[in-house]
Write a protein of this length. Sequence first.
Length: 428
Amino acid sequence: MQYKRSSALFAEAEKVIPGGVNSPVRAFNAVGGTPIFIKKAKGAYLIDEDNNKYIDYINSWGPMILGHAHKPVVDAVIEKTKLGTSFGTPTEIETKIAKLAVSMVPNIDKIRFVNSGTEACMSAVRLARGYTGKDKIIKFAGCYHGHSDSFLIQAGSGAVTFGSPNSPGVTKGTAQDTLLARFNDIKHVESIVEANKNDIACIIIEPVAGNMGCIPPKEIFLQKLRSLCDANNILLIFDEVMTGFRLAKGGAQELFDISADLVCFGKVIGGGLPVGAFAGRAEIMNHLAPLGPVYQAGTLSGNPLAMAAGLAMLTELNEDKGIYKRLAEKTAYLHKGCEDVLNKYKIPHTINRIGSMISIHFSEAEVVDFETAAKGNNDRFKAFFHGMLKEGVYIAPSAFETWFITDALTYEDLDKTIAACNKVCSTL
Ligand code: PMP
């Protein structure tokens, strides 16, 4: 493979875009090398500017659950575009997709659309604070909820402690209101709640973490969180930006049979257009402006093109036709194939999988939280990533990302992926 045109395009991009990219992980900083510029995509494949073809396991970081350029989604957007691209007024399609989403997802009466997962999580937290009248929030180390200030927080010193900013530009004041807990460690969460009694508005969590590789919750962890929230008048927010409409029609709430008070969406809900949303029971959602005092707004929120893409996507997922079963089977097949290869070459690893999310950590220890995820052999991951890329398999350029399986993948694609894994692992 040669990447001449991608390299030239990156050099041009670097002159006018910071780091040459509009979102940092695209820059290959974690794995080294020059990012690949994609020209087009169809089904399970990406084609780059040098006409190299890849089997795609990033899938735009989640949205493309049915494959790239999926015809019903593309057609819906084209048709809508002909009628005008944005009006800044209410449109009928917003209610249509809202009704569909509310019918698919448990425990939500109302939903508000925004333009990204970041906005969804930021707004859900503001609503939780406005609703409860409390300031502090608990998030989990290694969970990502977008780049709004309250979430760009790392652990401060001490066991039960305030967070500190992990990006310049986030103020100490903001960081003080975010408390950091260990994923899958209910005792730790309980101790933080105990030390901050009556101050915590919400606990926000990725019910299946996808931003430290794929890390499913331990059994009863989410149930215990639910009880802890109930006992302390704390809202439980599920950030289902990755898991929503992916792990099941009703997302992680349905899969684990646990109700959240607020749920955040992104990715799949927009069919690949910029959409996020947050949702909950009417009694909470009615605190939003213009009904209630908690302010939240957006010029392009509910944009007709974005809603058309999202509606086409959700409509197909709602019909189901075996999609979720197929996705889980394909993911299990890939898991077994890669596991056999890694065992054959005696490469220490842990594969985590749930539904259509899967990741390989190059570490033998069980991966249950950020600390254990960070124990993976990063040099080995880099070599694996570049090896797979050379073989025409595009996985996320970071060991801390989940792979997303799309229904467009065939078993032939999966076999090719496993064969690529075999070739690469023989050299690791
Ligand atoms: N929450 C989760 C769980 C995410 O994975 C992401 C993005 N990867 C976000 C929030 C932020 O979404 P966006 O990038 O659309 O702002």
